[in-house]
Design a protein around this ligand. Sequence first.
Ligand code: PMP
Length: 422
Amino acid sequence: MGDLLSRRVAATPKGIGIVCDWFVQEAHNATIKSTDGRTFIDFAAGIAVLNVGHRHPRVIEAVKKQLDLFTHTAYQVSPYESYVTLAEKINDLAPIEGAKKTCFFTTGGEATENAIKIAKAHTKRYGVIAFGGSFHGRTAMAVSMTGKVTPYKAELGVGSPGVYHAYYPNALHGISTQDALRSLEHICKASISPLDVAAIIFEPVQGEGGFNPAPPDFVEGLRAFCNTHGIVLIADEVQTGFARTGKTFAMEHFNTDVDIICMAKSLGGGFPISGIVGKAQIMDAPSPGGLGGTYAGSPLATAAALEVLEIIKEEKLNQRAQQLGAQLKATLQELKEQERLKEIAQVRALGSMVAVEFFKDNHPSPELTKAVQKEAMDQGLLLLTCGSYGNVIRFLYPLTIPQEQFDRALNIITQSIRKVMA
Ligand code: PMP
């Protein structure tokens, strides 16, 4: 059969860029074991999916119970209670004013695409404004909205008409809130009438783009712009949701009401589910059949998600996200200041959405960033990079990680950065 790495290269396309050169044997909470007998602390969590850890016993128990009842009926053919109960709970939790409705899908990209569809049905308009550095998925419409050309769009023949990108504020890279809001005005002067714009979609903290938190006055500016022109405001919380930022939804950090929130990833605790919650009269715009999907809101995933919501509450994961995030941020900040590491351009955090950005000679350095990632991996810690320039390390540990293991991971991080910067 040959070795697994050669088989992987021979059997699967190179377009799936893969971080690890090892293969997973098993995983529990914040630990992954590889087929070659190594153990890693998992600070990737399946790209922000496992806020409650790998195979949380309550999630596994709920899914096992569901396996003995039914695994699939297609909700739109034969509905089931867990979908409705989950929708009710999300309606209660979502920081959106007034009556709400929720529907479920499978991937984050499906959530963002369907949110746009709903906004278009509601407004009868075609245009969409997203932001540079954003990530909204890889399917046709979602990748059109994603604000990074390489590797997501270049030479892939993608790009839907009517999608425009404004600037997202990023003080470190010289973009102020005013610049960002002015770029909206510019798009609406140069490219599309605001009266043709159905939706503005933004991430309250950009995920793939570098863990960049939106300044509150920027989000207020978006709301005002949308109010003026009758545009639907969509928050993409696919990466920020379910306790990662210290709140169930990151939009709870803002005093601004949005019309729709997209969610996915950690909602399912490792089972594929995404969703959209929004103002009832907007959510009801598409006619029956306009929304849905064969696997959308799978009963295995809705059973898991109901448990995830309970775990977040009972294990106080919002508070835990605040504590762990504060500890990690302080550790990185101390390293930067005490050792005068000018390569650390910035440490930032909203709850446990913590990032460290690396510069060399005053320019973003993906090389340094990759070197830190590799050194940490050699020491048994799985880290992910992000950022428009690939020069940010983001930290996505399960919020259920035992304190001793978290402390060990922090040691690896400081040692890895020290070693690479030496
Ligand atoms: N939106 C955001 C904010 C994301 O971070 C992601 C995934 N990284 C997506 C959408 C797309 O999700 P999926 O890969 O499940 O389609």
